[in-house]
Design a protein around this ligand. Structure first.
Ligand SMILES: Cc1cc2nc3c(=O)[nH]c(=O)nc-3n(C[C@H](O)[C@H](O)[C@H](O)COP(=O)(O)O)c2cc1C
Length: 393
């Protein structure tokens, strides 16, 4: 395994599990993270079941915080994860717990965290150690993930309140943002290309160029400034196959962050009819589209510069028609939407009905261009095995 590829696994080698019982030393522990595969924080899709399955199979999952209104629901959800892990790391054998961390990260949307304040982040970093049932009490997550918006005000917070060794992931979309994350001493920089499902940047290149340009820029900085470190670099966006994993490794990534590929698996949270719609979607670049229309309709105040990739549907087609009709297609952006908002009343009502009926002709089915390569429903573990076929473990 090359050094770059090792960087990710080395970073998480302190997340351990009991060694097989046949081991001579009953208290021996081995690394839990053995595959350079991170399951993305997918709001509404990655719940405790998917998180536990990915962790149990040697990957590193991110539990998504999303746009929460009730922090207690999230804490309850997190409490349901430890019993799902293969070897619930409790002290029921009378031994002292040897691990500080849970084998997953918790993913925050930075601009939402900014709106809501850091209380939930503090509880999560504390690890809910005062839960009455110690077996259900999650210890702190091994890492915190930030995406979309300014994460910098929260870095000190994680460093102050997190256990020593808590890692920080930041998902970025440009070379400049990656260099900033490096300067901030972030442990893992996730490069999200335009192929990615869900939210991302409006102005972003495909991974094919974003990844090598960024890796070179990060290396150049280390060469010219000895106080800077090379962060672990992961690639995100459109990755559904083992060949793509190998390709991004060849371009300097230590591993991959995969969202869409986990969506149709049995363990994800989504509705079965939505999973089937994904499996039927081919030609991922042609049949998905980046848009802000759903954030406009939900009146989510996403910071400027972000949109999200969804499967094309009646609403995205209508959006394009509207914009063409208004002669604004070329200037698709905030101004165009403001001009069109008056026309949107009917659409908004349709949308509210669709939410009730889970109608993906109108609802956003967030997903990346890699959807075209997914055509059979499998378990999350089987999907991970497919991604790993070219790797020497
Ligand atoms: C359904 C869905 C929901 C997502 N939700 C989040 C989220 O809540 N927070 C986040 O940081 N990224 C989110 N993302 C983006 C992922 O972090 C990641 O960049 C993306 O899934 C990678 O591209 P891929 O989906 O093509 O594999 C989401 C992606 C999808 C597909």
């Amino acid at each position: 395994m090359s050094t770059t590829r090792n960087a990710f696994l080395t970073t998480f080698k302190h997340i351990t599990r009991p060694a097989p019982t046949s081991s001579a030393n009953a208290t021996a522990r081995v690394p839990r993270v053995t595959k350079p595969i991170v399951s993305a924080p997918m709001n509404g899709w990655s719940g405790p079941n998917l998180v536990a399955t990915v962790a149990n199979h040697g990957g590193f999952p991110i539990y998504p915080i999303g746009y929460y209104t009730d922090p207690s629901k999230i804490l309850k959800d997190l409490q349901s994860i430890p019993p799902l892990l293969n070897d619930p790391e409790s002290d029921n054998d009378g031994q002292q717990d040897t691990d500080v961390f849970m084998p997953y990260a918790v993913g925050f949307i930075s601009f939402w965290l900014d709106l809501k304040g850091p209380e939930l982040l503090r509880s999560i970093l504390k690890g809910q150690g005062d839960h009455p049932d110690r077996r259900s009490a999650p210890r702190p997550p091994a890492a915190i993930w930030f995406a979309f918006g300014d994460y910098k005000p929260f870095l000190e917070f994680v460093r102050e309140y997190g256990a020593v060794g808590t890692k920080i992931f930041v998902q970025v979309q440009t070379v400049q943002e990656a260099l900033e994350a490096q300067e901030q001493g972030v442990d893992v920089v996730v490069l999200q290309g335009t192929e990615a499902g869900g939210h991302g940047a409006q102005r972003v290149s495909p991974l094919m160029t974003l990844l090598p340009e960024t890796v070179q820029a990060l290396k150049d900085k280390v060469a010219s400034n000895s106080s800077l470190q090379m962060p672990v670099v992961l690639a995100a966006g459109g990755i559904s196959t083992a060949a793509q994993v190998t390709a991004v490794q060849a371009m300097g990534a230590s591993g991959v962050v995969v969202g869409t590929g986990f969506m149709p698996t049995f363990e994800s949270h989504g509705a079965q009819h939505a999973k089937e719609r994904l499996l039927r979607t081919s030609d991922g670049g042609a049949n998905t589209v980046r848009t802000r229309i759903f954030d406009e309709l939900r009146e989510f105040d996403y910071p400027a510069g972000y949109d999200g990739r969804v499967v094309r549907n009646l609403l995205t087609d209508r959006e394009e028609d509207d914009l063409k009709y208004c002669g604004l297609y070329e200037q698709k952006g905030q101004a165009a939407f403001k001009l069109l908002k008056g026309d949107r009343t009917g659409t908004k009502q349709d949308y509210e009905r669709a939410v009730k009926e889970q109608d993906y002709d109108l609802l956003p089915l967030w997903c990346g261009t890699g959807v075209g390569m997914l055509n059979k429903q499998v378990s999350a573990a089987e999907f991970m095995d497919q991604l790993m076929v070219n790797q020497q473990q």
